[in-house]
Design a protein around this ligand. Structure first.
Ligand code: SAH
Length: 433
């Protein structure tokens, strides 16, 4: 059964139900109180031991256990700092849910299916996918399905648990516990929370990472007449409560290790944590079977300086008020492909517009529009569709990238001979699937 048939089967039962009062999200987002603790901590450290890497700065600003932006904050939605596709429309998660079932079927319907999401935010994507799984229960049959969430933020994990679980979810205090929260989803599936991907149990898994890789710390390097130099974060000598970028005087361990010998750009950003994460996914997919779908803003190894901050939906100086703003850098999919290695096959990146159209978003829209007679709701539907697919909005800014087992494409030799792309849902034009 192809993705479109799965989508049709799903759609026969599910109307446009989640959209409420014009928004999917509640407007009770808590604003962070002004906080200079992290700035003081970083300035103290830099004064004591010298400038720090951009990666260390970014890690502290985003995930410091006490003052980090993600650790303390629920930042998604109109009252927060940025908005993501799963928060815009239920259709996004529904189509990704169909993708998961489609890849599970292509693997020969293994008896176990782990749905693993990295950085689940407010849990909206997982919630929409669980609804697809419930509707396609007869397709999933007796498969042992479970949900595994990798989330560094205790605060967001609570938001996710409220959204996804029945009331018997448990929280474990001990720092050394691999699972720090567990429960049962509204649809009756077991769900567990982990801090690290390494802690998720092995087994056939579909991994999803939406706007996750862009939050991982990057190093920055500048080509100079003397060779590559690392960009570091220092205290501004003119005003001790401000930070500034400086260039290392000599090569650093990071510049010697992370810049590729054949690098052509003048300035590069490298995300080794992203590299380690993709290697981890690739090893698991090669050993236990499965697939990964990564969606983010990014490029294929061509962009240079993309490090930026967002606060209240506006661009924000990355070095100002650390811990109070989202920091992000475009994902280098070329680097991820290289780090995934030869044991898996990578597809993409392709634009979000192409991916969603290949997954049947137009068909889903037609069904929803036909079944809804309220003019306001129809206008909201069209608005969200435009936001997700318009090349000037999220349609081209976001890219989809997939990691698959090597055997996955070998099944489609006939297609390769015919010169057509392999039938992996989302990466192949709808009529060819
Ligand atoms: N996927 C969601 C949220 C994106 S925001 C959406 O698209 O709406 C990034 C998410 O990744 C947050 O949930 C954040 O807490 C989590 N995160 C950031 N860095 C992380 C890390 N190093 N390990 C685990 N989770 C992380």
């Amino acid at each position: 059964m192809r993705a479109l048939s799965l989508l049709k089967r799903y759609m026969s039962n599910v109307p446009w139900a989640v959209w409420q009062n014009g928004y999917r999200w509640s407007s009770s987002v808590q604003k962070l109180e002004s906080n200079t603790t992290l700035l003081k901590h970083l300035a103290y450290k830099i004064n004591a031991t010298g400038p720090i890497s951009v990666a260390e700065y970014m890690r502290e600003a985003l995930t410091n256990p006490v003052s980090g932006y993600y650790t303390r904050n629920d930042m998604l939605g109109p009252d927060g700092d940025f908005i993501t596709s799963p928060e815009i429309s239920q259709i996004f998660g529904e189509l990704l849910g169909v993708w998961c079932v489609s890849e599970w079927m292509a693997a020969g319907k293994p008896s176990v299916l782990h749905l693993v999401e990295l950085g689940p935010g407010r849990g909206s994507l997982a919630g929409d996918i669980l609804r697809v799984f419930r509707q396609l229960k007869s397709v999933l049959g007796e498969a042992d399905v479970s949900l595994h969430l990798v989330e560094v933020s205790p605060k967001l994990s609570r938001v996710q648990a409220e959204r996804l679980t029945r009331d018997q979810q448990q929280e474990y205090d001990a720092k050394e516990e691999l699972v720090y929260r567990s429960g049962t989803t509204h649809t009756g599936l077991p769900v567990c929370w982990y801090r690290r991907i390494e802690d998720v149990p092995k087994g056939f898994s579909v991994f999803l990472a939406h706007e996750f890789f862009d939050a991982l710390p990057i190093y920055k390097f500048q080509r100079t007449e003397k060779g590559w130099r690392e960009v570091l974060v220092d205290v501004d000598p003119e005003s001790p409560d401000k930070l500034r970028f400086v260039l290392s005087h000599s090569p650093t361990l990071a510049s010697a290790t992370f810049v590729q010998l054949d690098e052509k750009r003048q300035h590069v950003e490298v995300c080794p944590e992203g590299g380690v994460t993709i290697q981890n996914l690739a090893n698991r997919i090669a050993e236990d079977g499965g697939a990964a779908l990564i969606a983010d803003y990014g490029h294929d190894g061509i962009k240079t300086d993309t490090f930026r901050g967002y606060k209240g939906h506006q661009l924000h100086n990355v070095l100002e008020a650390p811990g109070m703003a989202d920091l992000t850098a475009d994902v280098d999919f070329g680097y991820l492909r290289k780090m995934a290695g030869g044991q898996v096959t990578c597809l993409g990146p392709i634009t979000q517009q192409s991916f969603l159209k290949n997954m049947g978003i137009d068909t889903r829209m037609q069904v929803l529009l036909r079944s809804c007679h309220d003019k306001d709701t129809q206008a909201q539907l069209i608005h969200s569709y435009d936001f997700l697919t318009n090349p000037k909005k999220m349609g081209h800014r976001f890219q989809f990238f997939s990691v698959l087992g090597r055997g996955r494409l070998a099944q489609s030799k006939g297609h390769q001979k015919a010169g057509t792309p392999p039938p992996v849902a989302g990466f192949t034009e709808l009529c060819r699937q």
